[in-house]
Write a protein that binds this ligand. Structure first.
Ligand SMILES: *Cc1c(COP(=O)(O)O)cnc(C)c1O
Length: 462
């Protein structure tokens, strides 16, 4: 389509153009993501089983593979208005720096205090918990963005919020911790002695600095054993991708205002929520055969679940207390090398994205963290925004694709997700600035240790 209107630096939507419904990409998938199953019986988890852990409206969303559009409750729409619509930015300065004929756009989700896209789902999950009359929610947080987003949402709605924070982040990121406490959350370093599973992990491995998988086990244990509490999760689950579709719907609406059709859409992938949300409406068109796009997931070489993982049923946590999800996984015991500073350290990947990848509908690449920080530095210097290390994975590949266009002379249109800002990641930037950052790519032998912990049963061979 011709792009004859001058494209502004920022394409903003009007407030009344914030989506009023989320889009559920599962409705258009021929091969649905596999259901969560009970680790004992291997039967699909029923709504009743799941409602011990999650609040009931979220269980319904988790299990709904058929409804394409789901209304966003008015209260959530009102909350969205405080920081949405988020801008779609034309990266003119980056294009100029790269001297590429490619046209680069990024959807910036860092314009809120949590500094990331995670608030889009935090408010939804807190809303449904409140609606059910619960007292509070429990969760885990790694780098801290999810915990921050959830504390903000809980403070807004008057819900109690208990956050299990991976111990090394708790110690290395005191500022994140204090933001959460300012919003009223109770923050506990994980593993802790407040749970059975935490005490067990500490007994087996006293010096451990924790992992996301271990913090999930603790948060789930507390939720199921505390009256009036449920557990909430910031990524991976179908419901989270549903809420994050607001990113993709806004992106598509903004592009359409100027008749722009992207050739490729790029996003970083930790548990898959921002990428899943960004690409959902585009993937819908692709699945319905209306249009084709290249969709690229970018992951760290040190935690390569899509590019080197196995597509099997696995636990979502280290303590093996959660249901099993069918996903690309490195094994729930996998912990990325300690020198990995760049986020995106979860062992598995969203079952929706896993299925789409398995079906050849998305591509995946892995990148090394020093090259990610090089991209982050260039981006910060020319576009002005200090990007989160996670987001910088997408920047890296957007730059690489734009440089390919420079060689071929192709004027491709690239859209990527800039999921957040990096103000709380300055220890990682410090390492990079001091030249102390290096790359660790796990060997096949190292990965085999994680794979060995994947549950084995008929039909789940690795
Ligand atoms: C959590 C986070 C991610 C990764 O999570 P996904 O679920 O894969 O989106 C990426 N960027 C930022 C800024 C985050 O906070």
């Amino acid at each position: 389509m011709s792009q004859n209107k001058e494209i502004p630096y920022k394409i903003y939507l009007e407030e009344n153009e914030i989506p009023k419904q989320w889009y559920n990409v599962r409705a258009d998938m021929k091969n649905k993501p596999a259901p969560l199953i009970n680790p004992g019986t291997h039967q699909p988890m029923s709504a009743q089983d799941l409602s011990a852990v999650f609040c009931s409206d979220l269980v319904a969303q988790e299990l709904d593979n058929d409804t394409a559009y789901i209304d966003i409750p008015q209260e959530i729409q009102d909350f969205y208005k405080m920081y949405r619509p988020s801008p779609l930015v034309r990266a003119y300065c980056l294009e100029k720096k790269l001297q590429t004929p490619a046209k680069i756009y990024y959807k910036f989700e860092g314009n809120n205090t949590s500094g990331s896209h995670k608030l889009n789902s935090a408010i939804a999950q807190a809303y449904y918990a409140k609606k059910q009359g619960l007292k509070g929610v429990t969760t885990e947080t790694g780098a801290g963005q999810w915990g921050t987003a959830l504390s903000m949402a809980c403070a807004y709605l008057g819900l109690d919020c208990k956050v299990y924070m991976v111990k090394c982040s708790y110690e290395q990121k005191p500022f994140r911790r204090e933001v959460m406490r300012t919003y009223g959350a109770q923050v506990t370093p994980s593993p802790s002695d407040t749970t059975q599973i935490g005490r067990k992990i500490l007994a087996e491995n006293p010096g451990t600095t924790g992992s996301l998988g271990c913090a999930i086990s603790e948060a789930v244990e507390v939720a199921v054993n505390t009256e009036g509490y449920r557990y909430v999760l910031g990524s991976v689950l179908n419901q989270v991708l549903l809420h994050q579709s607001v990113i993709g719907l806004e992106t598509k609406a903004a592009l359409e205002k100027y008749g722009i059709v992207p050739d490729m859409i790029i996003g970083c992938a930790g548990g898959g929520s921002n990428l899943g949300g960004l690409v959902s409406p585009f993937m819908g068109e692709k699945l319905r055969g209306e249009r084709d796009y290249r969709i690229i997931a970018v992951e760290p070489a040190s935690c390569p679940s899509l590019t080197r993982g196995k597509f099997v049923y696995d636990f979502c946590d280290t303590g093996m207390v959660t249901p099993l999800a069918k996903m690309y996984t490195l094994g729930s015991g996998f912990i990325p090398s300690p020198n990995h500073a760049g986020g995106l350290r979860y062992h598995g990947m969203s079952p929706i994205l896993s299925q789409l990848y398995h079906d050849g509908l998305i591509e995946a690449v892995s990148v090394e963290q020093t090259s990610v920080f090089e991209a982050a530095e260039m981006f910060a210097r020319v576009e002005g925004i200090l990007p989160a290390p996670e987001s910088s994975h997408a920047i890296r590949v957007a730059i690489d694709e734009a440089l390919k266009c420079k060689e071929t002379g192709e004027e491709k249109t690239i859209v990527f997700g800039l999921t957040g800002t990096g103000y709380f990641d300055l220890v990682a930037y410090e390492k990079y600035n001091n030249g102390e950052m290096d790359d660790h790519i796990p060997t096949d032998e190292e990965l085999a240790v994680g794979f060995a912990g994947i549950p084995k049963f008929e039909g789940n061979e690795i």
